[in-house]
Design a protein around this ligand. Sequence first.
Ligand code: PMV
Length: 313
Amino acid sequence: MTSESISKIILSGEHSVVYGYPAIAIPVKKCKSFVSIKENINENINVIKAPQISKEIYFDLEKEKSGINPLEKTIRNFLSTYKLKNIPNMIFDIYSDIPIASGMGSGASISTSIIKELSCFFDIKVTKEEIYELVMETEKIYHGNPSGIDPMVIVHEKPIFYIKNKTLDFININKNLFVVIIDTGIRSSTKKVVDYVREQLNLYPNKYNKLLSDLGIISSKIKDLINNCSNEEFFDLINENHKLLKELGISNNEIEELIEKVKECGADAIKISGAGKGGVIITFVTPDKIEKYLNNLQEKNLKLVEAISLNLL
Ligand code: PMV
């Protein structure tokens, strides 16, 4: 048995979504996490094996220590939520092709896969809403005060227009464009960057409230216009979006240098996606340019994560 979950990118509204402004996230179905569970018949202990991050975690369900790993926490939360008793020792094998700490929701995706796989293993029907609630518990460990956008898009696997605790609209995106995801190669902690923005908001409330509100306005405009506006209008909204994220202080010299290189390769619009200060950037090109663009990226040794068509997403 293996369960899998997708990853995501944020088209608009990262950070501002934490403060109640709208955001848009889209699923990335080609990058996934995978979890399989089997009974541990050789040892009297549970094991989580995540070789890609060199992690092997051993734990006894009877003994809960403080400060436990988020993966173990997800498992314990599931077992206690569904009041499961007399549980066999298990081995959890975790594999993921989602870049870690890169704004693609790797943590939320792995938690989702763990919950899906536990529900298969114990033959319990779990709704998407229940999965979301459980993943949110783990997200709080990773993020502190998450908006919930990552688990929402990952659990539902559809593009969403999202306002924290208020609105979840599934949107159809039908735009004849490619979004090409590029890894900056810099790992970035979402919690640290979210904390940084909060500190800046406290120091400079006028400036930051305006920036966050402007980001929210762009998200609403993108939702209303995406299928009807010209490519140029859409590119302007994305580039304006990045400009605001830069003013928010979540870019840096390395990212801006990378953006210049990506522009030379032929990208029409570029923005940071996710918490920033590293992680991935998302870039947009028209279908007639995609082949040349991807070749140019390769020639410059830029790290392509995935290219997705925005057609019928
Ligand atoms: O997981 P990331 O890096 O994509 O961050 C999620 C987006 C933030 O708005 C920065 C945080 C949040 O909780 O929404």
